[in-house]
Design a protein around this ligand. Structure first.
Ligand code: 26Q
Length: 802
């Protein structure tokens, strides 16, 4: 499209004038951002059309990744890099006096997710396209993504997020591809050719309009599609209150639900879920049938992946289509359906497993409910066949029981593959949480350890580090991230380690500047940047971190000779709006920050920073600057974690428990290059099963623990009136469910060791290098290749050629 920067400049200036009717000197950064975005999107269209044509005419199996969340972040820089025009564009803009960093700030994060599950979906899309694999996303175009967080006097305040306020350059509305989704109404039965048939009548229709976003592969011609659905009112129908209909319809895709583990059981959320799957299946089947494919062979040509249980209604929805619209019999429909779907589980927290009350489900989705009922009955019959008389087992495994639909059970019964997201997580699923299902369907269970796209999290987010790496080992790692292992050859190379040091310092200075601007706090780039950024949740134990900071403060107060390497503790976290305990933890972090940051007793050695409105773009600023990555969940609770991988790839050292993917990070980095502490998953599960943990004992027998716990309520903390009693009670009265006090001493000891190790600069840099070198395994390219080969059975262009 443009061969050099001058070419680009010409296109850019002409387009800017055409779009805004202004001259370049009159234009704002926003005008410039949208001009550039439009040019790039059009440029992408050529390969987008080409990819779609190729998929239409080739016999390639297609994968659809259904997810209620896609946490994309910003796309401009990623797209420029993947297209291979980053340098030309940057140089052209520079000539015009435009700083790419500045116009990038005009792009709102597409924050259509809460955390790990949504970001994983975004990383997977990048890897699918970059590996030339035919995999597409299906999601919801929420008008408001995850709320914007402000911290006011230490409290989280939530504002509606507005990513679409100025329009979104990467999406293309496709009104001609809209479909209808039906809710409510009732089911009528009738006879046709002697067969009993059903139809859904008196239903309320909602129009689902797709907005497509191109997913550009890294330096390849593949451009896949992320299709996001928006709910719009259907055209006028007599006898219907159209204003009410409009309100109710628009509500479906208005907000992303915050991950509320204290599930509110909202009808609206169930509506969202069915809306997503019904619209997606319609469009998947339309495209499949337009290629004149045979509905009886669907599973040979299509795999549909369901990201956690949120899209699991796709299973009964496909059954409905095959039975009611294509006239298949139950057995065949079930055979096709259960060979089409694969399911990933992302949690072992039982309170996060979705269950829907029948009284909500049945009226909203009457035909789908009938089908789920039938699936349940047949499933229970097959259980009876294998375990005759074992009522107890059958009750525990049933899809519907005690007036509730168990979504995970439906997902397992209706899928050919069930996977966990890290080795330890899959083992816990097999041996404990889903053991009965594992006994019944051992062949379905498999592990797929998560990954992250190294193109966003290293190449884009940390360009200086990428350059240092490429100078050392060449650029092959960008296509083959395992090649990062080549860095091992430089572990004794002082010059190279010094380069790493410079890059880290540079990133720390940039972050320090940002902290100064946002928080008005001066932090020392020479201090250890110790970072915990992730959603706020009791099991992730931000509390352990903050109590430990309080403990360090006490040490300074009590012993004037105590000293430590200066440390800056950086937090970022959103708490679900209804999760009051999590909000108290934010307040506590703020309160400890106030206590510590300006007290001369700590001699400037400790600073605590809470960076508000944690999101993908902020993570990209923070992670490259981190020295220590806090991955301190109660063992057995974090399915995988993916932040842990991003930090590792950027040379931070992990302080962590043997939980989720930390276990595999330990294997890749080696025990000398990671700081492991605390109970193991087995020990935690043993306590849960057999008891034997009394937090009060740790409180009474450890003076340091007693002191920090008391400080929650004794007035030590500024502005603390009654705020932290609930936290105090959770630790003592409620016997500390997440073993914060149990792991406290072990955590304090490993943190002390980390601080001492940091003082040996060369030694630390070497550990950092070994982490980067081992991080290639955690690229989502590796993960996606495993899904493609073991689950979906799909191949890319390269593989097809052979
Ligand atoms: C469920 C019911 C009702 C309302 C909301 C929800 C809900 C929504 C989102 C439940 C869970 C989620 C999100 C879960 C999530 O992000 N899990 C994380 O997934 C990552 C990717 O696999 C893992 O790395 C993390 O360990 C896991 O916590």
């Amino acid at each position: 499209m443009f061969s050099d920067k001058n070419d680009f400049k010409e296109v850019f200036l002409k387009r800017l004038e055409m779009m805004y009717g202004k001259t370049f000197p009159e234009s704002t950064s926003r005008d410039q951002y949208f001009t550039l975005g439009n040019i790039i999107r059009e440029y992408i269209s050529i390969n987008w059309i080409g990819t779609n044509e190729q998929y239409r005419f080739n016999n390639q199996k297609q994968v659809y990744y259904l997810s209620i969340e896609f946490l994309l972040g910003r796309l401009l820089r990623q797209n420029l890099m993947n297209l291979g025009i980053y340098e030309i564009v940057e140089a052209g803009l520079n000539d015009l006096g435009i700083d790419l960093d500045e116009i990038e700030e005009e792009e709102a994060d597409a924050g259509l997710g809460n955390g790990g599950l949504g970001r994983l979906a975004a990383c997977f899309l990048d890897s699918l396209a970059s590996l030339d694999l035919p995999g597409h996303g299906c999601g919801i175009r929420y008008k408001h993504g995850l709320f914007e967080q402000k911290i006011v006097k230490g409290f989280q305040v939530e504002l509606p997020e507005q990513w679409l306020r100025h329009g979104h350059v990467w999406e293309v509305r496709k009104p001609d591809l809209a479909v209808e989704v039906l809710f409510w109404g009732r089911v009528e039965s009738f006879k046709e050719n002697g067969h009993l048939k059903f139809r859904h009548v008196d239903a309320e229709g909602v129009t689902a309009v797709p907005y497509d976003m191109p997913v550009v592969g890294y330096q390849t011609s593949t451009v896949n599609t992320l299709r996001l659905w928006s709910a719009e009112p259907s055209s006028y129908q007599a006898g219907r209150d159209m204003m009410k209909h409009k309100r109710e319809t628009e509500a479906i895709t208005e907000f992303l639900y915050p991950d509320d583990t204290h599930d509110e059981g909202k009808t609206l959320r169930l509506k969202q879920q069915y809306f997503l799957v019904s619209a997606s299946l319609r469009s998947i089947l339309r495209s499949y049938l337009s290629r004149k494919r045979d509905i009886h062979e669907l599973h040979d040509h299509i795999s549909i992946h369901i990201n956690d249980t949120h899209p699991v209604l796709a299973i009964p929805e496909l059954m409905r289509i095959l039975l009611d619209e294509h006239g298949l019999d139950w057995e065949e429909a079930w055979e096709i359906t259960s060979r089409t779907f694969a399911y990933t589980n992302h949690t072992t927290l039982s309170e996060a497993l979705e269950r829907w009350p029948v009284r909500i489900f049945e009226p909203l989705l009457p035909r789908i409910f009938m089908i789920v009922n039938e699936i349940n009955e047949r499933f229970c019959q097959s259980l009876w066949g294998k375990y005759p008389g074992d009522w107890n087992r059958i009750e525990q495994m049933a899809i519907i029981s005690h007036g509730e639909v168990k979504m995970a059970h439906l997902a397992i019964a209706g899928s050919f593959s069930v996977n966990g997201v890290a080795a330890i997580h899959t083992e816990i699923l097999k041996q404990r949480e889903m053991n009965l299902f594992y006994q019944f369907y051992p062949e379905k269970f498999n592990n797929k350890t998560n990954g992250i796209t190294h193109r966003r999290w290293l190449l884009k987010a940390n360009q200086p580090l990428s350059k240092v790496v490429t100078n050392a080992i060449g650029s092959e790692w960008i296509h083959q991230p395992e090649k990062l292992q080549g860095l091992h050859a430089f572990r004794e190379d002082r010059m190279f380690l010094e380069e790493l040091h410079k890059v880290k310092n540079h990133k720390k200075q940039q972050l320090a500047q940002k902290i100064l601007e946002q928080n008005g706090l001066r932090v020392d780039p020479e201090s250890i940047f110790d970072v915990q950024i992730k959603r706020l949740h009791a099991y992730k134990r931000q509390l352990l971190n903050v109590l430990h900071i309080l403990h360090l403060y006490n040490r300074f107060r009590e012993d004037s000779s105590f000293d430590m390497h200066p440390r800056t503790f950086i937090f970022g976290a959103k708490a679900s709006p209804g999760y009051f305990y999590a909000k108290k933890i934010i307040k506590l972090i703020d309160s400890v920050a106030k206590l510590v940051n300006h007290d001369p007793v700590v001699k400037g050695r400790i600073k605590v920073v809470f960076m508000e409105n944690y999101r993908v773009s902020l993570a990209e600023d923070i992670i490259p600057a981190a020295d220590i990555s806090e991955q301190i969940s109660t063992a057995s609770k974090e399915a995988s974690g993916t932040g842990n991988m991003k930090f590792m790839m950027n040379g931070a050292l992990t302080v962590g428990t043997l939980d989720g993917a930390n276990v595999e990070i330990l294997e890749k980095s080696g025990p000398e290059n990671i700081f492991i502490f605390g109970l193991t998953a087995e020990e935690v599960m043993k306590y849960y099963a057999e008891g034997g943990y009394y937090s009060m004992e740790y409180y009474h027998h450890d003076e340091h623990i007693k002191q920090v716990v008391n400080q929650l309520i004794d007035g030590t903390l500024p502005d603390s009136a009654d705020h932290f009693e609930e936290i105090f009670d959770s630790l003592l009265t409620e016997n500390d469910q997440y073993f914060v006090l149990r792991d406290f001493a072990s955590y304090a000891a490993i943190q002390e060791k980390a601080g001492k190790d940091y003082e040996d600069t060369a030694g630390w840099l070497q550990k950092s290098l070994i982490n980067i070198a081992g991080s290639g395994h955690f690229s989502s390219d590796r993960t996606i290749k495993e899904y493609a080969a073991d689950i979906w059975g799909i191949t890319g262009k390269e593989l097809m050629k052979k």
